[in-house]
Design a binder for this molecule. Structure first.
Ligand SMILES: NC(=O)C1=CN([C@@H]2O[C@H](COP(=O)(O)OP(=O)(O)OC[C@H]3O[C@@H](n4cnc5c(N)ncnc54)[C@H](OP(=O)(O)O)[C@@H]3O)[C@@H](O)[C@H]2O)C=CC1
Ligand SMILES: O=C(O)C(=O)CO
Length: 317
């Protein structure tokens, strides 16, 4: 099977990954990066196309040759691939669930811990050598997480891992999920989205980006949150209507945010989020630890092996 990886450098930026499991299954041509102008030429005569978060639009997929039978997203979110076009062309699409659950949950928890102690503000103030006014440091917000309410939107693999760690920190969990679930712990409660936003001290987003979830967090919903509450997004930037978030942060309607994902990525350089002391920005790195990336290669190889066996797994279209 001829396989092309359109943007392999995005996954193996440090050249540390072992691709041998994939190489045993297929002849893989790896390109560092690709764009709308060259994707169609690169997939000629190929059977399997691998992409990592690279937009693969309807227009591009409709030009794929009949040889292409499978598109593999080298990640969990697959909102970059036009599913309707893939279906029309009878191309199977699969993703890689679970490879970075611990890593992304770790970043969400890191964000919550950091916001709870205003680590960024303390660092900024200290680096300005503000020690002479020590009271200023003492005045910066610093709270215990124990008994605080954490709202989880999307209780799938990552959301549940965040819940597990947050429970160990003594937090109470409110969950809003598309399919309501029941929970064994008395410290976890399923609620409506509105209840979650009103009652949570921290709101963490863990649902996929779909037509239903685009701009799920907008001006109206932000206005339901407590002025002392924080929002954490490690899922997809467009879950939040970013101008509405910026307005809420500027007006002090919520206390702060930690955003691993933005809309667009990377953000425009003049985006006000860059200059807000109560905002932690990371450049979509939740998935990035080497352990998670190597796990991804194994799972990707599993996807391809199952497809070649005629029993495709992790099919999302
Ligand atoms: N920052 C990073 O580096 C990374 C980010 N991600 C992002 O994290 C997302 C979540 O990953 P993961 O937990 O593994 O995915 P899962 O599929 O395991 O979980 C997603 C959850 O979201 C729920 N959901 C779907 N639609 C809605 C909705 N409209 N309202 C409320 N809940 C909804 C699903 O509900 P149901 O039970 O009904 O299916 C499911 O429980 C990915 O889609 C991706 O965008 C993933 C990896 C790395
Ligand atoms: O796997 C994902 O969904 C990511 O966001 C990282 O590519």
């Amino acid at each position: 099977m001829k396989t092309v990886f359109l943007n392999a450098v995005k996954l193996d930026f440090d050249n540390k990954l072992d691709f041998s499991q994939l190489a045993k299954l297929a002849a893989v041509t790896k390109y560092d990066s690709s764009n709308d102008q060259d994707i169609v030429a690169k997939v000629q005569d190929q059977n399997i196309v691998i992409t990592k978060e690279l937009p693969v639009s309807r227009e591009i997929i409709l030009q794929f040759p009949p040889s292409v039978k499978l598109i593999c997203e080298a990640g969990t979110g697959y909102n970059n691939i036009d599913m309707a076009a893939a279906r029309e062309k009878n191309i199977t699409v699969c993703n890689v669930p679970g490879y970075s659950t611990e890593a992304v949950a770790q970043l969400a928890i890191t964000s919550i811990l950091s916001l709870s102690s205003s680590l960024t503000q303390q660092q900024i103030m200290l680096k300005q050598k503000n020690y002479d006014n020590f009271t200023k440091h003492l005045m910066v917000s610093h709270v215990e997480l124990q008994n605080k309410a954490l709202g989880i939107i999307g209780s799938g693999s990552i959301g549940r891992q965040v819940m597990k760690v947050a429970l160990a920190l003594g937090m109470n969990i409110l969950v809003y999920n598309r399919t309501p679930k029941t929970w064994e712990s008395p410290n976890i409660k399923s609620v409506t989205l509105e209840e979650l936003l009103k009652q949570s001290d921290y709101v963490s987003l863990h649902c996929p980006l779909t037509p239903d979830t685009r701009h799920l967090i907008n001006k109206e919903r932000l206005s339901l949150m407590k002025p002392s509450a924080y929002i954490i997004n490690t899922s997809r930037g467009a879950l939040i209507k970013e101008p509405d978030l910026i307005e809420a942060l500027e007006a002090g309607k919520i206390a702060g945010a930690a955003l691993d994902v933005q809309d667009p990525e990377p953000p425009e350089l003049n985006n006000p989020l860059f200059t807000m002391n109560n905002v932690i920005l990371t450049p979509h790195i939740g998935w990035k630890p080497l352990e998670a990336r190597q796990r991804l290669i194994s799972l990707l190889a599993g996807n391809i092996a199952s497809f070649l066996d005629g029993k495709p797994i992790n099919v999302v279209s």
